[in-house]
Design a protein around this ligand. Structure first.
Ligand code: SF4
Length: 323
């Protein structure tokens, strides 16, 4: 689909659950996280139906996120069903990695096209502090298995929050030196609890990395579906990427929309613009009605976010995992 500003929109990020087995400090409170009731969450047949309608409109890429997508029961069947839709070329998953070791083989068998694992630090104590419930060792076991088996292209996303020591970011970056895996540093978007944290910006991280690993060259190719820009460091097996939504706003080339786990189609992470697709589904609406709502919502897709300008941060929690 081409939107009002001439952007080709062919990528949807679908949150399959608002729940998570971690409680990252920049995402959720430690206790008392309100969760969406089971009945309100889209069923798999509803998600695949939306994907089919989107494929008919030229969507090719689907990312399954959460919350933590791997805790949703039956996720592997959903992956297979979406993969089987004509026109969908690419189904990828982001995960915090807690269940990666356990599910890696099944994800590969289901035909997942890529997995992105979130990892902000290699210090066990810091990891426990940031995620409140996680054990670094569990995620590392999953990553080691994934790198050894190498059946699914793998990336690591690192949210660079101030307070995580410089050495830690270097250690995460060094995973791309020692393994054929790309490591991307993500600027935290000032949404929900993320507003309370300050991220380390791209320039600062690049400076740290160049001091430690030598000069970097920009990588001209495209890797994956998203807005990451990549750099190559001498001697590294993988690349270092930056997803810098605030310091290097990429809205002008935005190719994505999002579906919340309760069926709201969001056309920009910052705004509540979009369409209530669950209502249409549950009121017995036709595929044509869904398609019309999608057209209308994409037609109104905002030109861009205004994060970084004072008093423009939205209130409350955003459902999608920050990482
Ligand atoms: S940031 Fe992602 S992994 Fe962490 S609690 Fe939020 S949804 Fe879970």
């Amino acid at each position: 689909m081409i939107d009002e500003y001439g952007r080709e929109i062919d990528y949807i990020r679908i949150s399959v659950t608002d729940r998570c087995n971690l409680r990252c400090v920049y995402c959720m409170p430690e206790e008392g996280v309100p969760s969406i009731s089971h009945d309100e969450i889209l069923r798999f047949d509803e998600i695949t139906r939306i994907c089919r309608v989107l494929a008919g409109k030229g969507f090719k890429k689907v990312k399954l996120t959460g919350g933590e997508p791997l805790i949703r029961k039956g996720i592997l069947s959903l992956i297979k069903e979406i993969k089987a839709i004509d026109g969908i070329e690419n189904v990828t998953v982001t995960t915090n990695g807690v269940l990666l070791e356990e599910m890696y083989g099944a994800l590969a068998d289901a035909g997942v096209d890529a997995v992105t694992v979130s990892l902000d630090t290699l210090d066990p104590e810091m990891y426990r502090r940031l995620t409140r419930r996680g054990e670094l060792e569990t995620v590392l076991r999953g990553l080691t298995l994934a790198m050894r088996e190498n059946r699914i292209p793998l990336k690591i996303n690192c949210v660079s929050v101030y307070g995580v020591r410089e050495q830690e970011l270097l250690k995460v970056a060094a995973l791309a030196r020692d393994n054929a895996v790309h490591v991307r540093f993500i600027e935290m978007m000032p949404i929900g609890m993320g507003r309370e944290f300050t991220f380390v910006g791209e320039e600062e991280i690049r400076r740290m990395l160049e001091e430690a690993f030598g000069p970097a060259k920009t990588y001209g190719g495209v890797l994956g579906n998203g807005p990451a820009r990549y750099w190559e460091f001498e001697g590294f097996k993988g690349k270092i990427g930056f997803i810098s939504a605030v310091s290097h706003k990429f809205c002008s080339s935005c190719n994505r929309i999002r579906l919340t786990s309760d069926g709201f189609l969001k056309t920009c992470l910052q705004f509540d613009e979009g369409a209530d697709l669950r209502r249409i589904l549950r009121e017995g609406g036709s595929d044509e009605a869904l398609a019309a709502a999608i057209d209308e919502a994409v037609g109104r897709k905002p030109l861009g976010h205004n994060f970084g300008e004072k008093n423009t941060f939205p209130e409350g929690k955003t459902e999608e995992c920050h990482r």
